[in-house]
Write a protein that binds this ligand. Structure first.
Ligand SMILES: [Ca+2]
Length: 415
């Protein structure tokens, strides 16, 4: 028996004259693609863990936005300012910055995120102490990028921080990653390796060693493999890393960032999407943003269309199982750029399954899914946004399924 379901189309159409020919949009609920596993915020203001514990506008984001995870930085420099004892298999706690103000703020922030707001924590690493780096201050900043001089020691430092957080708060960090750490081949632009570069071999060694240490200390935290974008040379390195079975069991997902995707050629995007459509390890967009829209200013129609195009590509083409918009504060209506973003983000909670869709008009940017708690949609018409209930019950039907409101990517068991 078929059941009507609550379905939502997120659709922005270009303004059209009244005489425009009819446009058609269709969705095939029998062709189900990826299910969203994480809906989060890239809280980049907390890059490296310093400043205050949890700023009120950041707390307001966690309170108001429909997210279940937040990506923040780890204070690695303050955590192990000098090698604790020269033995990567033995933690000497006196050698770690357990009382450093940046560390205690980070620990308390993570406690509050979990206890007050119920969100899971993704700790991303931007910086490492100089003693762990081969070339702490490379000429040209990025080329050559900074390299880790002792992978085992890096694994121990990360393990010790996660263990300290768990002992202090009872919270297990869900995921850990190095920000944008794979470097593209020169023909792909050569970018990546911010602020620390890891080759595929180094990733395999790091995740394997950290996996051993996590197991020894009873930690269940999983890795995100951090790429900058989705270029062919990044996909090649991701495949190399995930081909290693010892590594794969410690990885939750591959993290890519959305900046390049707006203008990227379809073939590159589809090669990435084709791989992740079949991969048991999914990919997600850990920084979903479109600087082009921000810098150009623009009105509702412009921001709406650019944001729609980005989300369309990320969800229909890369097969992302989640996104973390770069929200520096609660998106207010006064900021068309951020507010347009919010209206997409807020309609794609965990449990949303993207289904195949088609449109008769290239100016209609859409992705469609089922199992949403509401049937709201955003339609831009004649230059103004319309927020309206989109009743699909007459048009779409599918077998019912159970929505999964919680994160479904691998990580620690929930307490
Ligand atoms: Ca040690």
């Amino acid at each position: 028996m078929k059941h009507a379901i609550a379905a939502t189309a997120i659709l922005l159409a270009a303004a059209l004259p009244a005489t425009a020919p009819a446009q058609t949009v269709s969705a095939d609920f029998g062709r189900r693609m990826q299910t969203i596993a994480a809906n989060g915020i890239n809280m980049e203001g907390y890059h490296v863990g310093q400043w205050e514990e949890l700023r009120e506008d950041f707390a307001a984001m966690l309170r108001q936005l429909p997210c279940n995870a937040a990506r923040i930085g780890a204070p690695m420099i303050e955590w192990e300012p000098a090698n604790d004892n020269g033995d990567a298999d033995s933690i000497r706690w006196e050698g770690f910055g357990t009382d450093h103000i940046f560390v205690t703020r980070s620990v308390n922030r993570i406690r509050r995120m979990r206890e007050e707001f119920g969100v899971d924590v993704w700790l991303s690493i931007w910086n490492l102490p100089d003693w762990l780096l081969e070339n702490p201050n490379p000429a040209g900043a990025l080329h050559p990028a900074r390299r880790i001089n002792d992978i085992d020691e890096a694994a121990e430092s990360i393990c010790a921080l996660l263990l300290h957080i768990k002992r202090q708060t009872g919270v297990e960090v869900r995921w850990v990653s190095f920000n944008e750490s794979l470097q593209q081949d020169r023909e792909d632009g050569g970018w990546g390796g911010y602020n620390t570069l890891l080759t595929a071999d180094e990733y395999i060694r790091l995740i394997t060693k950290a996996g051993e240490l996590f197991r020894r200390h009873g930690l269940h935290t999983k890795w995100m493999v951090g790429t900058l974008s989705i270029k062919p040379s990044e996909l090649r390195q991701v495949r190399e890393i995930l081909a290693d079975r010892r590594v794969r069991r410690h990885v939750a997902a591959v993290d890519f960032h959305g900046y390049d995707i707006y203008d990227m050629d379809d073939g590159t995007i589809r090669r990435w999407g084709d791989y992740f459509a079949k991969s048991r390890i999914p990919a997600l967009c850990g920084e979903l943003d479109n600087y082009k829209s921000d810098y150009r200013g623009g009105d509702w129609a412009e921001h709406g269309m650019m944001t729609a195009r980005l989300y369309n590509k990320v969800y229909n083409d890369t097969r992302s199982v989640g996104s973390f918009p770069w929200f520096p504060a609660v998106p207010e209506e006064a900021s068309t750029y951020r507010y347009a973003d919010l209206h997409f983000f807020a309609h794609i909670p965990s449990g949303f399954t993207v289904v195949a869709s088609e449109s008769s008009d290239d100016d209609i940017q859409l992705f469609i899914g089922d199992l949403l708690p509401t049937g709201d949609s955003v339609i831009e018409r004649d230059g103004a946004p319309e927020f309206r209930r989109f009743d699909t019950s007459d048009h779409f039907s599918a077998e019912p399924a159970t929505a999964r409101p919680q994160l479904s990517l691998r990580g620690p068991p929930r307490g």
